[in-house]
Design a protein around this ligand. Structure first.
Ligand code: HEC
Length: 125
């Protein structure tokens, strides 16, 4: 069988491309780590933002579908105000953005941790 080596080569090539592909995979938690404001976010909060899909629309320091968390923090909401706004967004507060869907299904404790974190962000005005 003279063509055997070719067959083996093809097999290893496939195996290798599979490995390279899985190494290149990125999850939301890694995406947020690329931002420059990493120092202001704990692993715990990153995990909660990813799990509750917030990262689909918000980053810490740049505008995505929704305003950045730093921009939201500039409004100086209290933790309680933030919890209410996340459950019942007021699109009139952000006329330049599409309305955010109410996030009423988020676990109360997790929401409190997220709200506490947004309220604690230090913003340079
Ligand atoms: C589908 C996209 C989307 C998702 C998912 C999303 N947001 Fe938003 N968010 C927006 C947009 C757009 C706005 C601005 C318009 C608005 O407030 O309705 C916003 C506004 C906000 C505000 C500001 C409210 C105000 O009135 O000032 C907070 C706080 C907020 N989001 C937190 C969160 C948190 C926490 C999560 C995850 C639990 C989340 N968002 C998930 C799109 C999203």
């Amino acid at each position: 069988m003279t063509n055997r080596p070719t067959f083996y080569h093809a097999f290893f090539l496939l195996l290798f491309s599979g490995m390279i592909y899985s190494c290149g995979h990125q999850d939301d938690t890694e995406i947020i780590l690329e931002t420059t404001e990493v120092s202001q976010v704990s692993r715990e909060v990153q995990g909660l933002l990813a799990k509750n899909t917030c990262l689909g629309c918000h980053r810490i320091d740049k505008k995505l579908i929704g305003p950045s968390y730093l921009e939201i923090a500039q409004r100086k909401y209290t933790k309680e105000e933030l919890i209410t706004l996340i459950k019942e967004p007021q699109p009139k507060n952000w006329p330049d953005y599409p309305p955010m869907a109410p996030m009423q299904w988020v676990n109360g404790e997790e929401l409190a941790t997220i709200a506490d974190w947004i309220a604690s962000l230090e913003v340079n005005e």
